[in-house]
Ligand binder design. Sequence first.
Ligand SMILES: *Cc1c(COP(=O)(O)O)cnc(C)c1O
Length: 382
Amino acid sequence: MRARIFGAEKSTGPAAEEAGGILTIDLNALAANYRDLKKRAAPAACAAVVKADGYGLGLGPVAQALAGAGCTTFFVALIEEALRLRAALPTAAIYVLDGLNPGTAALFRTLRVEPVLGSWPEIDEWDGLAADSDEPLPAAVHIDTGMRRHGISNEDAIAFAERLKLLHFKPSLVMSHLACADDPSHPMNAQQIVEFRALRSFFPGIPASLANSAGLLAHPDARFDLVRPGISLYGGRALIKGDNPMRPVVRLQLRIVQVRNVNKGESVGYSAEQHLARDSRIAVLAAGYADGIFRAAGASDNKKGAEAVVAGKRCPIVGRVSMDLITIDVTNVPEAEVKRGDLATLIGDGISVDDFAARAGTIGYEVLTNLGRRFARVYVGG
Ligand SMILES: *Cc1c(COP(=O)(O)O)cnc(C)c1O
């Protein structure tokens, strides 16, 4: 990857004029979102979840910007991600959510990274390492309060608490995860909060963590000692209803390859799935499903797809999304305002990540984490 620096901007990936699109990542908005969430969480501490390459936005720049905003505790999913994060942040506390892969305990120790232990075999393997080590080797323990995905059961957590004094390592955090926090009216939230509050009392003096972004925003009694927002940092929607209070972080503009006329009644794209109701002008954009613009964002005679903005006007996708191209209807844009080489905005100018996601039948998380590596990436601020 070539990196260029001009002014306050840093860019990676291909040069803007060589790329099919420009992905602009606003590190100032990211930092502002962190400070906002930290204020909401107080007196609980606020960590940052930066798994999946900082939700697709680039682990290094994202982590540096968050650390600059005062974040000292980070969560990634895999030890491989922790390795890269440690290189960027030599002193931060780093937790690995997916836990301890067999045989990787020594690497965790070398990197001073803590696994989130979610099963007895992991606890035993980590304790075995601690027994042979002079260092304290802290680690987090995940208790399953309803998600049924990761973590030891309620009963096992109590059995584990009774063994605490016999352990060679000391848990630095007990945590659990909410299954339905994005829907504040769901009864499971209260159940999990009550269960977690009871369980954490078996671990006196050990900090507790339950809330993700949605838990932090919607459930004050889920904050405990440390909150773990991810999606809200990146401007995505955490709650399925109501306003999203976060600042947008991402803008995606795609290059117009050509503008062409297509006659009324003709079809556009693979499988001829959409026919034009009028004589139209179609702009061809240089990105497609290989860049994370899901095929489900395409349109047909029976289905609307996503939209782009050109010269301030909404322009719907026409026909299927190809691997490297999409087609949009720019008939309503004055001819002088849309030409080869211009940019069409797919995310930004009033279209949020979640608006785009909804048109593709998915969520902002999936859009962000699939944003293509072929785009020129411009980091603003930070
Ligand atoms: C991904 C994840 C988070 C962050 O969730 P968001 O909904 O993005 O805020 C927090 N905790 C755990 C265990 C996670 O897997």
